[in-house]
Design a protein around this ligand. Structure first.
Ligand code: UDP
Ligand code: MG
Length: 312
């Protein structure tokens, strides 16, 4: 019998984890004639009762593994830890807040049986989301897909089922800055997207703030394209052409009409303009340098404080 590993990164999910578990068990029950399962809860340094609640569940069901981080390392680290510890022929990654409805697993299995290597989900729409947030998200995908050789699927979620070879491929990318949405696409394989409705989380609240979304967007850009690094060249060429024309006009004007020293306005505008462009380019450079710095340090992606599974 094939085993399905269910990886669930959790950060402060004390309000939903039990509901989630019960819903999930209804599904594993339904597939029990064909698939065995294991649940891998990754406690991403939760500050609430998430970890004790996981342990309670584990006491009832030894198919649950728990990995608990020493602090909050972020969802990407949680996914990585979960995938590294998954032992099933199939692995599904899903959120604990029931925004990824467990019944979709049944549909995913159908496609896997049809021969797809991986099945992912895509949001039908961004209904129920703040207008500004969905506007920013749309702009982000437009921008990034213009530059990247690997396309990011708009609205794609981290809710995916993968065969063993896909999981191994993902784990073989050993980078510290993990942008899983990009990594999932980068490894390739035959992928099926299922459209699902945007579901509100059942309880608790989202961990995304505007600044964390900005960081996420930067991560996505710097992880998968170096196009912004080339921006300086194009701006440079453009400014060079414009300033040559400008200089030429000034010389001609002075020679023919004997014009006075040109005004204050044009000087200040060009100084500020050049300053801004230089800062912009340095900013882009530093974004990449900071990523290189973190990669070179080669720190672990997460630190495990506690691990509960059957091997111990
Ligand atoms: N999560 C995590 N570490 C974090 C933030 C989130 O493991 O630092 C988990 C969280 O517990 C949930 C999933 O990632 O299971 C998605 O988080 P959230 O619901 O806050 O994000 P959203 O659904 O709003 O994108
Ligand atoms: Mg959520």
């Amino acid at each position: 019998m094939d085993k399905l590993s269910i990886v669930v990164p959790c950060y402060n999910e004390e309000n939903v984890i039990e509901t989630f578990y019960n819903k999930l068990m209804e599904i594993t029950e339904k597939i029990s004639d064909k698939y065995d399962y294991e649940v891998i809860f990754v406690d991403d340094g939760s500050k609430d009762e998430t970890f004790p609640k996981m342990k309670n569940l584990r006491a009832k069901n030894d198919k649950i593994k728990i990995i608990s981080f020493s602090r909050n390392f972020g969802k990407e680290a949680g996914i990585h830890a979960g995938l590294s510890n998954s032992t099933g022929e199939l692995t599904v990654v899903m959120d604990a807040d029931l925004q990824h409805p467990p019944e979709i697993i049944l549909e995913m299995l159908k496609y896997i049986e049809e021969g797809y290597d991986t099945v992912a989900t895509r949001r039908k729409n961004r209904k129920g989301e703040p207008v500004f947030k969905s506007f920013c998200a749309r702009m982000f995908y437009k921008l990034i897909n213009n530059f990247m050789e690997v396309k990011l699927e708009e609205g794609a979620q981290d809710f995916r089922m993968m065969k063993r070879n896909v999981v191994d491929a993902i784990l073989s990318l050993d980078e510290y800055n993990r942008f899983s949405k990009g990594i999932f696409n980068w490894v390739g394989f035959k992928c099926k997207y299922i459209e699902i409705d945007n579901v509100k989380r059942v309880a608790g609240k989202t961990k995304w703030s505007f600044s964390s979304l900005w960081k996420y967007a930067m991560e996505g850009i710097t992880s998968f394209t170096t196009a912004p690094l080339k921006i300086a060249i194009f701006i440079g060429i453009f400014v060079f052409i414009v300033s040559t024309i400008f200089a030429f006009t000034i010389i001609v004007q002075t020679l023919i009409m004997g014009k006075d020293v040109p005004g204050y306005a044009s000087t200040i505008v060009s100084v500020l303009f050049m300053g801004a462009i230089q800062l912009l380019c340095i900013g882009i450079l530093s974004e990449y340098i900071s990523k290189m710095y973190m990669e070179i340090k080669n720190r672990p992606k997460y630190i495990i404080r506690d691990k509960i599974d059957n091997e111990k």
